[in-house]
Design a protein around this ligand. Structure first.
Ligand code: SF4
Length: 96
């Protein structure tokens, strides 16, 4: 069929994710960039670039995400994380 392009699957690694965020943050102000560098150096992304919110997005929330570490932490986003929160890196746990 014309106009249809094959689906391209891209594997996102934690390193490539952090590199992309680092590039995106390059336009941030100096103070914000310093905080971002510190967080990236610790291996985590600040809440703002992750678009973190302390409430769910639909049926997506941190306690259902593969990156959530109970009771209130995340492998990707820095700081205290609510089990009811959400960010753009949400990845659902498999239900099995
Ligand atoms: S939704 Fe975002 S903040 Fe919440 S656990 Fe997943 S990656 Fe971390």
């Amino acid at each position: 069929m014309r106009g249809h392009r094959p689906l391209r699957i891209v594997k996102i690694t934690r390193r490539s994710l952090l590199q992309s965020l680092w590039i995106a943050a390059s336009g941030m102000c100096t103070a914000g960039l310093a905080g971002f560098r510190s967080a990236v150096a610790q291996g985590r992304v600040p809440k703002a670039p992750a678009q973190y919110q302390d409430h769910p997005k639909g049926d997506q929330h941190c306690s259902r995400c593969i990156n959530f570490v109970a009771p209130s932490s995340c492998r990707i986003v820095e700081g205290e994380i609510s089990p009811d929160g959400w960010c753009q890196f949400f990845a659902a746990r498999s239900s099995g």
